[in-house]
Design a protein. Structure first.
Length: 135
């Protein structure tokens, strides 16, 4: 499921105007008949594929596929114009993979202490978190 999600995410991320959130929403109806784990793997794959997919059009055409890929266009398109397209795309996919792995490790190590801390919240703290989250 994750490979299918990556493929869908790369294609959707390469289309300008379709953000990763939009592509997850497009995949959401297919997850209703799946189990929890395959559905989450599909949506995670779509998101992670979209992170890289948005940089493809940014590097090749100077049009970011997603708003967060705008910095990719600054240097990536310049490298493309110099004939270093493979180098720019390789940097984009390696940085996406490295960032994803580091953030997954960070989540694995630091989510349990934060969850234990959040379980100590009373209704007042929950209200404060919601208010600050909406602000």
């Amino acid at each position: 499921m994750i490979l299918l999600g990556l493929t869908i995410g790369i294609v959707a991320g390469a289309l300008p105007g379709i953000t990763m959130l939009n592509s997850i929403v497009l995949v959401l109806p297919f997850t209703y008949l799946m189990g929890i784990v395959p559905a989450l793997l599909l949506m995670i794959g779509v998101y992670c594929g979209g992170v890289f997919g948005g940089s493809i059009t940014g590097i090749l055409f100077n049009i970011p596929g997603d708003p967060m890929n705008v910095p990719t266009t600054w240097e990536g398109y310049r490298l493309n114009r110099q004939g270093k397209t493979q180098y720019a795309l390789g940097l984009a996919i390696m940085s996406s993979a490295f960032g994803g792995l580091v953030s997954a490790l960070f989540l694995a190590f630091f989510a349990p202490p934060f969850a234990k801390f959040a379980l100590t919240f009373s209704t007042v703290e929950f209200f404060a978190v919601v208010v600050f989250g909406l602000a």
